[in-house]
Write a protein that binds this ligand. Structure first.
Ligand code: S3P
Length: 172
C-alpha cells in the first residue's frame, strides 16, 4: 500500500515524505523530481517552455509511473489534485492519502524561506505572493479534502514530529 502526501507548496511533502519513508523503511518517490529527471529541466523551465498544460501532462505520466510501485511513500506536487486522474489512479491501487495542512500565512512564510523557490518554482498566478497562496489554496481546498483519507495540521510542528504522526497512521 502506497502512502501519498498531498498539500500546497510549502506544506513539507518532500521533507516529511523522506522522513516517513526512512521511519517505515520504504522507498521515497517525489513526482516533481521524476518530472525534472525525465525532462532534464527545472519545473520553472518546463513551465516557461511548455506552459502549465505541458507540465500537467508530464505530471499525469509521472504520477501513473509512481502508482505502479507498491509500499512506497509518494509526495505529489501541490497541484496534482487538479486532475482527478492522478488520485483515482493511486487509489485504484489502494493508496492512502494524507493531506498536509497549514494556513496560507504559514505556507507563504515557508515558501519564502525555501532557497530553491526562486530557482525552481514558477509563479502560478500573475502576482504570486501571499495572495496567490490564499486564492489557490481556497480553490483547491475541496480537492485536497476530497482526496484525503487523513489530514495532518503541520503548522507549528517539526518535520520529524509530522513524519512520526504520518507513519503512525498506517504503520505496516
Ligand atoms: C505546483 C506545485 C509544485 C510543482 C509545480 C506546480 C502547484 O510542487 O508541482 O510548481 O501547482 O502547486 P510542490 O508543491 O512540491 O512545490
Amino acid at each position: 500500500m502506497n502512502i501519498v502526501l498531498i498539500g500546497f507548496r510549502g506544506s513539507g511533502k518532500t521533507s516529511i515524505g523522506r522522513e516517513v519513508a526512512a521511519l517505515l523503511g520504504r522507498p521515497f518517490v517525489d513526482t516533481d523530481a521524476l518530472i525534472v529527471q525525465a525532462v532534464g529541466k527545472t519545473i520553472r523551465e518546463i513551465f516557461a517552455a511548455e506552459g502549465e498544460a505541458g507540465f500537467r501532462r508530464r505530471e499525469v505520466a509521472a504520477v501513473a509511473s509512481a502508482a505502479e510501485g507498491d509500499n512506497q511513500v509518494i509526495a505529489l506536487g501541490g497541484g496534482a489534485v487538479l486532475n482527478p486522474v492522478n488520485i483515482a489512479g493511486l487509489k485504484a491501487r489502494q493508496a492512502k492519502v494524507v493531506w498536509l495542512w497549514a494556513s496560507p500565512k504559514t505556507l507563504h512564510t515557508r515558501i519564502q524561506a525555501d532557497a530553491s523557490t526562486n530557482a525552481s518554482r514558477p509563479n502560478l498566478t500573475a502576482g504570486g505572493g501571499l495572495e496567490e497562496v490564499q486564492n489557490l489554496l481556497a480553490a483547491r481546498l475541496p480537492l485536497y479534502e476530497g482526496a484525503a483519507d487523513a489530514t495532518l495540521d503541520v503548522g507549528g510542528i517539526s518535520v520529524e514530529e509530522a513524519a512520526r504522526k504520518v507513519a503512525a497512521l498506517w504503520p505496516h
